[in-house]
Design a protein around this ligand. Structure first.
Ligand SMILES: Cc1ncc(COP(=O)(O)O)c(C=O)c1O
Length: 391
């Protein structure tokens, strides 16, 4: 069948391929330990679920304002102001159907065909593919494992071209867990304004930071607001991946452009989910602390266990719920050439599913999600240790 050239520019997320292979093994009755999923393993908090039930019972089940109900937009800007000291008006906020949708709409509204979009490596797969979909050129700039994959304004400046329209920063980062230094983030925003490019900050993991570090948003630089676009989501923070609520904070012209796009595509985010998100953002926040404390325990455990495996190195993830160990010591052994071979063999021989670094633009690593129980982590890491030792 002849499909559009546009759709052929993108491919199914490589993170899906591992998931599918793991499902096949499971269907054969094999006990697979899955370190693949990028979603919290906690249930959605009870108060949030109750708010959704109340919405249904009150028949709040019809179309709403396309860019989200006013109360929710107000709750987003107020929560952002409380947490990060930002200053957004509700005219600078739109609610979308998840963070991914927010990102897609941002690219559609501000990136022109032929523009360059700078994306630091390792990157979350979707950034590059959305850039390709809108016929822009993703320009990848490398961050280094020896610096904990931290981005600096200096590294970023090397990737900027006269055609750069936008820079995408994701801190804490998926897949490395790297967290940008707050002051460096400010310098990056300053650089973006000087070069007149947009800085898109994907904040979906902003509340999962370790070692007592406080959440930070570049949106706190209110003087640089004209060049900053924030993409946020309730998916990870409140374990609401299935509810599909995200948001954008940006200049009103960008907001209005995305509302226009939503008016012809998705229409409003689900009415019931909006009420749930309203409760998540403005109700009690205990659940976030409980999840963070659990992730902190698991992170420590995973790091210790990974570092105890001969040949494995792992940069310290400052946030999110991923570890990104370097497994290149396995290359050249048992026919393993790269991270894809490694992940395939690990799944086949040890029944542990991890995501190959190739999906995130580096080849020496695999991503391990610790959004799973301690018991599964223990079992999977034992298997990984044995697998590496047996190569
Ligand atoms: C870096 C990053 N941004 C955005 C998202 C989108 O999440 P959602 O569309 O569920 O809000 C994800 C999900 O994995 C992510 O890892």
């Amino acid at each position: 069948m002849k499909l559009t050239e546009r759709i052929s520019r993108i491919s199914v997320s490589k993170t899906m391929a591992v998931m599918e292979a793991a499902i096949k093994l499971r269907d054969q009755g094999i006990d697979v330990v899955d370190f693949g999923p990028g979603e919290p393993d906690f249930p959605t908090p009870e108060n949030v679920k109750r708010a959704a039930v109340r919405a249904i019972e009150a028949n709040f089940t019809k179309y709403t304002a396309i860019g989200g109900i006013k109360e929710l937009r107000k709750a987003v800007v107020e929560k952002h102001a409380r947490d990060f000291n930002s200053k957004y008006d509700i005219s600078e906020c739109v609610v979308n159907l998840g963070g991914k949708h927010a990102l897609f709409n941002i690219f559609a509204a501000v990136v022109e065909e032929g523009d360059d979009v700078v994306i630091p490596t390792p990157y979350w797969v979707t950034f590059g593919d959305i850039a390709r979909f809108v016929n822009a050129n993703p320009i990848f700039v490398r961050t280094h494992e020896s610096d904990g994959f931290r981005l600096t304004a200096e590294v970023l400046a090397r990737g900027l071209t006269p055609r750069t329209r936008m820079v995408v920063v994701n801190s804490p980062n998926n897949p490395s867990g790297a967290v940008l230094d707050d002051a460096e983030f400010g310098r990056i925003a300053q650089l973006c304004r000087e070069r007149n490019v947009f800085l898109l900050s994907d904040e979906c993991y902003s509340h999962f930071l370790y070692d007592g570090r406080k959440p930070f948003s570049v949106g706190s630089h209110t003087d640089l607001k004209s060049h900053i676009i924030i993409a946020g989501s309730v998916s990870k923070t409140y374990s609401m991946t299935g509810w599909r609520i995200g948001y954008i904070l940006a200049h009103p012209e960008i907001i209005n452009a995305t509302i226009k796009l939503q008016s012809h595509s998705t229409s409003n985010p689900t009415s019931i989910s909006q009420k749930a998100a309203l409760e998540a953002l403005s109700g009690p926040q205990e659940s976030v602390g409980i999840m963070l404390a659990e992730y902190a325990k698991r992170r420590k455990f995973v790091l210790e266990r990974l570092r105890a495996i001969p040949g494995v190195k792992c940069a310290e993830p400052g946030g999110a719920f991923y570890a990104y160990p370097n497994i290149s010591a396995a290359f050249g052994r048992s026919g393993i050439k790269d991270s894809v071979d490694f992940s395939g063999k690990l799944l086949e021989k040890a029944h542990v599913a991890v995501t190959p670094g190739e999906a995130f633009g580096t080849n020496d690593h695999v991503r391990i999600s610790y959004a799973t129980s301690m018991e599964q982590l223990d079992k999977g890491l034992n298997r990984l240790h044995e697998f590496m030792s047996g190569l």
